[in-house]
Design a protein around this ligand. Structure first.
Ligand code: FE
Length: 344
């Protein structure tokens, strides 16, 4: 009986051992599989690859990415639903990030690292998206035609003194939609409508297809002042430092410059959430913030990090501290308003 019971115990232990071995094996396979994050990115490859490489070097976690425009990526995420391979969405403008959250494509992430690294107004109050770099939408003027003292605020560009002197990018792009949405949050709809109507009345040309074109028009003297994201100014001035263009930081004695972000969120159906959060935290960290911001001449969101010296040379400015979620919440209202006043 003793022998039988001994051999029974041995078998039992052996079974346990095999079970434990199997468990360990499955766990290690799973954790190897988890060592990869899939990113859908509306930021082009050259703007994201350097940080992804740095992340892989530090953690051993691989990053696979697909780049496309934000509309296509959102449609893809929506169509794939629960079967999406994507763990993270990277895109520009709070308006786009908000739209992804609104379409239930992102999941809320509680992370003390992200809360610490990213100022509250540059991330979703519901924690579904997080700003990773700042672009300011500011005034740029022709230095031969305008004295900086003549400029003051976004609102002031509606003054008749700017008649036939203003160039604007088309209202179809999210950038101006976000700016107008933030103005509605600040001033209410009626006052904002008056301001935007004033802009339209002051236009020197039809609205232009992009920020670079708007800058080129100002440089060529076809208009005197425009509204653009800072990195477009940076790109153009790097190419031709002698252009008669300068940045003006508006609303400094008021609410501050309208800033927006490029950012990211974890997809609702991410299968590698832990690794994806690690990547997101890394992107907000000191190690990656310069990589993320400098390649596109943007500002780091992490206040502990300085911008690239060329970007710093444009001077310091006060930024509007209102939460960017408003750019999304009031986007439709802004689009309708711009349409009503004939801003094409
Ligand atoms: Fe852009």
């Amino acid at each position: 009986l003793l022998i039988i019971s001994n051999s029974f115990m041995f078998k039992l232990n052996m079974n346990r051992f095999i079970l434990a071995l199997l468990c360990f094996f499955t766990w290690s396979v799973q954790s190897t599989q988890a060592q990869e994050v899939v990113v859908y990115s509306a930021r082009i490859e050259q703007l994201i690859k350097p940080m992804f490489d740095a992340f892989t070097k530090e953690t051993g976690i691989k990053v696979k990415y697909t780049t496309d425009n934000e509309g296509a990526l959102l449609a893809k995420l929506e169509a794939e639903g629960k079967n999406t391979p994507a763990d993270m969405l990277v895109t520009s403008d709070a308006g786009n990030l908000w739209a992804a959250a609104q379409a239930e494509l992102l999941k809320p992430i509680k992370s003390s690292v992200l809360a610490h690294n990213i100022p509250a107004h540059l991330r979703d109050p519901q924690n579904q998206w997080f700003g990773l770099s700042i672009r300011a939408r500011t005034l740029v003027y022709n230095t031969k035609k305008v004295k900086p003292e003549e400029l003051s605020s976004y609102e002031n560009l509606a003054d008749p003194k700017w008649k036939n002197r203003l160039c604007l990018r088309s209202s179809k792009k999210v950038y101006n939609q976000s700016l107008v949405a933030m103005m509605i949050a600040e001033h209410g709809e009626a006052r904002t409508e008056e301001i935007v109507k004033g802009w339209v009345a002051n236009l020197a040309t039809d609205p232009l297809s992009d920020d670079t074109k708007a800058l080129e028009y100002v440089a060529a003297g076809k208009c005197d002042v425009t509204l653009v994201n800072t990195y477009y100014f940076g790109r153009l001035m790097k190419k031709d430092p002698n252009l008669p263009l300068a940045i003006f930081w508006p609303n400094q004695d008021k609410n501050g410059v309208h800033v927006n972000v490029s950012g990211a969120g974890i997809t609702r159906y991410s299968r590698n959430e832990q690794a994806a959060v690690k990547l997101l935290e890394f992107l907000s960290s000191e190690k990656a913030q310069n990589l993320f911001a400098d390649v596109n001449m943007e500002y780091p969101v992490n206040p502990a990090i300085d911008a690239d010296p060329f970007v710093e040379s444009w001077g310091e400015f006060k930024q509007n501290p209102m939460n960017l979620v408003k750019a999304g919440e009031l986007q439709t209202t802004a689009v309708k308003l711009m349409d009503r006043v004939g801003y094409r």
